[in-house]
Design a protein around this ligand. Structure first.
Ligand code: PYC
Length: 310
């Protein structure tokens, strides 16, 4: 019987399932090799077997460590539809789990660890209060699109930016609160379709933005993820994309703090430093371990590959 050990955590409300054992024997070593394989139908089935019902749910982001030639460890992120280029909340979750410790995980040698993702190396450290901060991959704003003819709710140009994943950032006159999530999901899917129709087909996340609800914070967001799920956290890569846009417009200075509030009201702190044309965002947040389990896959289980996507 196939068995997979996992250590679950949440970061600002968004779940991460760190796979400790039971990876498929595909001969993959680096993040790139793993992600190529996880993009195949067989790979997506494996992702769903670990994350989706009946062993999890559609919103969980998975992670596992692998080999790296450029960092302490390679790390692979995946969700209900396949590999993710990078994931901020899961980076915080993985580093918290490394500090938490597990016989199936390497021991965190110091307070700092470098992780090679599919899109570059991120360097994370854990503070004495348990806050994890990481320097993300180089982030930048690419362009802006006028969608005001299509969406009366969007009056400013929609920005296309990279923060480890590709985002369309739209300031929308919608209430970004938990009661509106079904509306926000449907709206964000339409925005993504419109952005794709204009040629920005690499965009897989949509970030709706508005003023912060809590005056202690700088802005609020709602983030649509590739698999039609929404980010419970303020989204580390989305916050990085936002910071890249703010830096582009001269609205956030190097070293200044941006407090990004998510749709549940939880917060990531962000700042950046310049590296030539690009900016290097630094994101901070906290994670909490929620469970350590052994997933079992009995012979003949019709749903060993997870429930099909609805
Ligand atoms: O925190 O970067 C993030 C993220 C991406 C998708 C879900 N969370």
């Amino acid at each position: 019987m196939r068995q997979v050990h996992v250590l679950d955590s949440h970061t600002a409300g968004e779940s991460t399932r760190l796979v400790l054992s039971g990876l498929p024997d595909w001969g993959c070593r680096t993040p790139k090799e793993w992600c190529d394989r996880l993009s195949t139908p067989e790979g997506v089935r494996w992702c769903r077997s670990v994350l989706a019902e009946p062993r999890g749910n559609e919103a969980i982001v998975g992670a596992f460590l692998c080999d790296s030639t450029t960092a302490d460890y390679g790390v692979v992120y995946f969700n209900n539809v396949g590999p993710l280029r990078m994931c901020g909340h899961a980076t915080i979750g993985v580093v918290h789990c490394l500090a938490h410790g597990d016989p199936l995980l390497p021991r965190l040698a110091g307070i700092s660890v470098s992780l090679e993702t599919q899109v570059g190396v991120v360097v994370a450290e854990r503070g004495p209060d348990g806050t994890v901060s990481f320097e993300n991959v180089a982030s930048y704003r690419k362009t802006a699109l006028d969608l005001s003819d299509t969406f009366s709710e969007i009056t400013k140009p929609v920005e296309i930016a990279f923060g480890g994943n590709w985002f369309a950032l739209a300031e929308a006159s919608l209430r970004l609160d938990p009661a509106s999530i079904p509306t926000l999901l449907a709206f964000s899917v339409r925005v993504r379709e419109a952005v794709h129709a204009l040629g920005e087909t690499q965009v897989d996340h949509v970030e709706l933005t508005c003023k912060a609800h809590n005056p202690a914070n700088s802005g609020r967001n709602f983030v649509l993820c590739p698999g039609l799920e929404w980010d419970r956290s303020p989204c580390g890569t989305g916050t990085s994309a936002k910071v890249a846009c703010l830096a582009h417009h001269g609205l956030l200075a190097e070293g200044e703090t941006w407090r990004q509030e998510g749709v549940l009201g939880t917060v990531f702190e962000a700042s950046y430093r310049r590296d030539g044309e690009a900016i290097i965002p630094r994101i901070s947040g906290q994670a909490w371990v929620t469970a350590r389990s052994e997933l079992r896959f009995e012979e003949g289980d019709l749903f060993a590959g997870g429930l099909p996507p609805i």
